[in-house]
Design a binder for this molecule. Sequence first.
Ligand code: NAP
Ligand code: GCO
Length: 262
Amino acid sequence: MNILDTFSLKGKVALITGASYGIGFAIASAYADAGAKIVFNDLKQDLVDKGLEAYKALGIEAHGYVCDVTKEDQVAYMIAKIKEEVGTIDILVNNAGIIKRIPMCEMSAEEFRQVIDVDLNAPFIVSKAVIPSMIEKGHGKIINICSMMSELGRETVSAYAAAKGGLKMLTKNIASEYGEYNIQCNGIGPGYIQTPQTAPLRQDGHPFNSFIISKTPAARWGTTEDLMGPAVFLASDASDFVNGHILYVDGGILAYIGKQPQ
Ligand code: NAP
Ligand code: GCO
């Protein structure tokens, strides 16, 4: 057997949530390249349509669904439609996420709840919806998109850090509870990646820009392409004995105290 064959996703059905663009789109594109059938969702039909066009431009015949991942009924309906129209899900990437950058004491409880709902409750809802059929099939891969904020805090991101810290532990718990059914649940912890979500931090002259570069040994912002290989690894047979692990793809941020002042 050629070891590279263990990285193939041929014949697998992969659902990547919130993947019309950004990190989810890059991961889905990599999965298509590795042979998977791609299914994604977004909140609005126009974004799903834009996503379908973007996938088509890459030669990928994706399947797109409108679904708010925080709504159990919409998730149940989407999973049933996917099973009917594409097949049973082998790989789930809980990617959909939001952030609200507000000082904690200025953040309303409702704003806090909204972030927890999308970034933590939704991965629970979607995972719960797909695990039974993974058990039936005798295998499954769940990949939760965590964050530097699964390990670190910073000003203005209390809700996001609480959610991503919880997502790290939800990942470990799914791994613990369902590992015996040959389901592997792992996380990817991206560093600071160039996507619409971080665009406000990368505006010209924004102090955060140079700050992040000084905190990253790789001395650059990450790109969505940097996440593709690690995502394929965690979705493939090559990682069948990797379970409950958060793979940080951060250019070394978590290992580094920061550039010494010159
Ligand atoms: P993004 O550009 O903001 O895209 C987020 C996606 O999630 C969008 O397609 C969005 O759809 C979708 N979404 C949001 N709420 C949803 C809901 N309730 N139901 C369905 N879809 C929903 O984010 P990104 O930078 O690609 O990040 C993707 C994931 O990586 C997130 O979980 C984020 O926390 C995480 N992450 C990002 C970075 C980074 O540096 N960018 C680093 C670490 C982790 P709409 O466009 O319709 O809102
Ligand atoms: C922020 C950023 C980060 C990144 C990512 C880092 O405001 O600090 O948005 O949270 O999105 O989560 O891993």
